[in-house]
Design a protein around this ligand. Structure first.
Ligand code: HEC
Ligand code: HEC
Ligand code: HEC
Ligand code: HEC
Length: 484
């Protein structure tokens, strides 16, 4: 949720420039995965609640129910819905017997005198353990519900939008079958930002998950034609013009030597090649005239078509925070830390004394490595890796299980609850983060030499939303571990 204060500030400045800014989210915003470990439920739902409070502050108009949003259970999302100022949308998450939806299937919005219909669809691919027997709920195939929703809204709206958690390939099929839907925002199976793609009269687009960037779609919608303008022929025209240029250049090269009919009269093959170039040029000329006519017609009718511009903005560290949302985020992370602290206390009181702290298998700990590798250890202790856990302590976040894995050693595959009691020798980003678990090597140094870290190892922590300008060779050089 670290990017939310920047996202909020961005929205405010957009709204200052234009009074017709609509904030929509296709879901998958509360949790990263479809299942959460039970010992993490409290911390993760506290974060989810914080996200909803921030979204309320940001005046979101609608949010789709994605599978990930159900990770803490259907019941939890239904409770959270009551604290949401925006509707959660899903047309296909329904009661098993009556097909009655649990959430609003669609919502109607009015913006600048225009009526928008927004429909939500939850992904039905994947494990069916997402919903329990008690939930009495099923996620229906989109084919069962979408046509009905479209019929219901078509006549009453100027523009139809779908918030879809279905896989990208399915959304393409929907776009092909239902040109009545003008815009699909997906929170699907592929990662990253996807530039809007037009399929018939539907735009399909996606913003990277978990708030790393904001996608801005600037739409000029013609409510009469309800048609997107075509960008296709313009590019084709450019391509053909370039082709003509190349061909003209070749033809001229032949001509420079004199009239080709005379110069090449004893080289029939060259002459044939030359002739076919002339024919091709004629064809290209005709095609370009046709495309130009189309382009002109397009420009003439443009006033009747709808156009869009888009951009994705990364929520970089140096962008300003919105103070109110900053306060919401801080209050949330402090509460998560408090819960973690209680869990850590309960665990150590129950089973662990100070020297029985959690030590993941195969790890030796920093002090062991340091006993043999003095020069590297000295270099390491001068880097920020050596104080990464201290940084969390200074922020009062050392019990926040959502921060710990990247600020300690050997925690990634471990249950978050145990990491709260991690041995002191593995706190900080230590030797074994980069060189791998080294218990065996410490016992048999010559036989089992650890490897050198790859870029992938760094990127587990130096992700886009925590370090927005990580350049591997530069970063490596700054560490100066070993002979570098
Ligand atoms: C008992 C002493 C000892 C301990 C403890 C020890 N090492 Fe080593 N380490 C060595 C020796 C000896 C070598 C091999 C040097 C050689 O043959 O050039 C070595 C080599 C290495 C290398 C270089 C491998 C290479 O190919 O150049 C790395 C990296 C390394 N150790 C990391 C660690 C880490 C991380 C730890 C802690 C988990 C650790 N060592 C613990 C003695 C030790
Ligand atoms: C995915 C890994 C990851 C997670 C999770 C993570 N961090 Fe970090 N954190 C990093 C990295 C990488 C850096 C170094 C960034 C740099 O050098 O620019 C960093 C740097 C920091 C810094 C120092 C630089 C700054 O921005 O002030 C603080 C403070 C910090 N993290 C706090 C936290 C807190 C609090 C949490 C949990 C709410 C957290 N981190 C979760 C990877 C992570
Ligand atoms: C953030 C990653 C990182 C951490 C943490 C780290 N190292 Fe390294 N270390 C490297 C890299 C990268 C190299 C390879 C440098 C090269 O190619 O010469 C290296 C090389 C080494 C070598 C090989 C020596 C040589 O001269 O080539 C040893 C030994 C070593 N590290 C020990 C340690 C010890 C001990 C610690 C903990 C005190 C540690 N490293 C922490 C990244 C790290
Ligand atoms: C387990 C998570 C993790 C891994 C893996 C990791 N880092 Fe870091 N790195 C951090 C954190 C956290 C910080 C910031 C610590 C702080 O400011 O307290 C950081 C800081 C840094 C810094 C700034 C150091 C300084 O002293 O200014 C560099 C450079 C860096 N990392 C490079 C690397 C490279 C290169 C790799 C891979 C070889 C790597 N890191 C792997 C978590 C990690």
């Amino acid at each position: 949720m670290g990017g939310l204060p920047k996202k909020a500030q961005h929205l405010i400045s957009l709204r200052k420039k234009k009074n017709t800014v609509l904030a929509l989210d296709s879901g998958a915003l509360l949790f990263k995965d479809e299942k959460i470990p039970t010992d993490q439920t409290q911390q993760l739902t506290t974060t989810a609640q914080g996200i909803v409070t921030a979204y309320n502050r940001m005046s979101f108009a609608a949010v789709g129910v994605a599978r990930q949003d159900l990770a803490a259970g259907l019941k939890y999302l239904l409770t959270l819905q009551q604290k949401s100022d925006f509707p959660w949308l899903s047309a296909n998450l329904v009661r098993r017997n009556q097909s009655k939806p649990y959430f609003k299937p669609h919502t109607l919005l009015t913006i600048n005198g225009m009526n928008l219909g927004v429909i939500g669809l939850t992904g039905n691919q994947g494990s069916d353990t997402l919903l329990t027997e008690k939930d009495n709920a099923v996620i229906l195939p989109w084919e069962d519900v979408l046509p009905g929703q479209i019929d219901l809204l078509k006549g009453r709206t100027d523009m139809l939008i779908l918030l879809s958690n279905l896989p990208a390939a399915t959304n393409r099929i929907i776009a092909e079958k239902h040109p009545e839907i003008h815009l699909i925002l997906q929170s699907g199976s592929v990662s990253g930002n996807l530039a809007p793609e037009r399929i018939n009269n539907t735009l399909l687009t996606q913003v990277e998950q978990q708030g790393k960037s904001v996608g801005i779609l600037d739409v000029r919608w013609n409510t009469r034609s309800k048609q997107w303008e075509d960008h296709g022929s313009k590019n084709l025209l450019l391509e053909k013009k370039n082709e003509l240029d190349r061909l003209g250049w070749l033809i001229n090269r032949y001509r420079k030597q004199g009239d080709p009919k005379l110069v090449f009269k004893d080289q029939p093959e060259t002459l044939t090649a030359y002739d076919s170039m002339l024919t091709q040029r004629e064809k290209l000329d005709q095609e370009i005239s046709r495309l130009m006519a189309e382009e002109n017609a397009r420009i003439a009718s443009r006033a009747q078509l709808s156009s869009f511009n888009y951009r994705f903005e990364a929520m970089r560290k140096d962008l300003p925070d919105n103070p109110e949302v900053r306060a919401i985020v801080d209050a949330t992370t402090n509460e998560v830390n408090r819960l973690g602290k209680m869990a850590a206390k309960a665990r150590s009181a129950a089973s662990l004394t100070n020297d029985q702290m959690f030590f993941p298998e195969n790890y030796a700990g920093n002090s062991v490595c340091q006993s043999c590798h003095t020069p590297q250890s000295e270099k390491w202790s001068n880097t920020k890796h050596a104080s990464a856990y201290t940084t969390l302590e200074n922020k009062g976040q050392q019990f926040n299980t959502q921060c710990l894995p990247c600020h300690v050693t050997g925690a990634f595959e471990q249950p978050a609850g145990l990491v709260l009691n991690l041995a002191a020798d593995l706190r900080q980003v230590g030797c074994e983060i980069c060189h791998g678990p080294g218990k065996q090597h410490a016992a048999q140094p010559q036989d089992l030499r650890p490897g050198k870290p790859t870029k992938e190892i760094c990127l587990r922590c130096h992700t886009g939303d925590h370090d927005d300008n990580f350049i591997f060779p530069e970063a490596l050089a700054r560490l100066r571990c070993g002979s570098l």
